[in-house]
Design a protein around this ligand. Sequence first.
Ligand code: DAH
Length: 330
Amino acid sequence: MENLKDNILKADTLEALEGLRIEIFGKRGILSKEFIKLKDIPPQEKKAFAQNLNEQKEKLQSVFDDRYKEVKKIEIENILKSEKIDVSLYSNISNKASLHPVMETMDKIIDYFVSMNFAVESGPVVEDDFHNFEALNLPKYHPARDMQDTFFCGDGKLLRTHTSPVQIRTMKNSTPPIRMIAPGSVFRRDYDVTHTPMFHQIEGLVVDKKGVVSFANLKSILIDFLQYMFGDVEVRFRPSFFPFTEPSAEVDISCIFCEAKGCRICSHTGWLEVLGCGVVDPNVFDAVGYKDVSGYAFGLGIERFAMLLHRVPDLRTLFEGDIRLMEQFR
Ligand code: DAH
């Protein structure tokens, strides 16, 4: 029994201890074999033998338990030592941050228009009725106001429903020629797979002396821009209506998912609608006091572009802040 104790004290790994546990305390272990001897012991000695054996067993068990705790502690310390991380060590494997796909798309669009000599303008997010509607040829009670479900803030203020009010502010604060874009966030009471209450738009406006800027200029720059964004696509202009432009058009590109053959994403039309545009309505120039000028304007939703470029099926996921989504865009 003494050498069993020595063996336990000498064991220096949990594995060795487990071997000893089976050898000594196991079902067919040394102690079990000793207890089996009990049946051959004369009755009058049985009690003393059993008592002695139980004492030995208890002692060994307590030696074993103590050693087990010691070895376990040493092993944990060894693991901690071997897995220690020096946080001050330089590493070139780092978690790089990335641009949000909407911001990346916005930057790409801005880059194009800046390269075409457009200035980047901005305006307030909390707007007034005049800039968001009235000056854009959307008088009170005009049915076209219903096209945009507005958040009203009270005291005549509202959250801008589009970036078009920046047209008005820029025209009021400068003189033609004007060549500007206005990127920014806009707000509408809307929520489904392709709409969120906050999203981003880019507005574009070009104004010059009467006759200098035409619908042909608008067409050529938008075709070039859309091919820069989406590659070799066809572009078509469909007559449409916006209160601030006349004539107005909606612009489609040939479907980039099915090569215009027709698929679920293009609703089997072969076309994807991407922006609105037109020749600035004279009423808009009247509202800012401009005379003898002509111009064109356009507006687009950045999320729509980002969704098409990255094939995002549900716009809402872009705003949930789930880091796993962002990691896909790194
Ligand atoms: N403001 C429009 C919207 O939010 C987009 C737009 C369409 C802007 C045509 C324009 C334009 O400047 O000419 O839906």
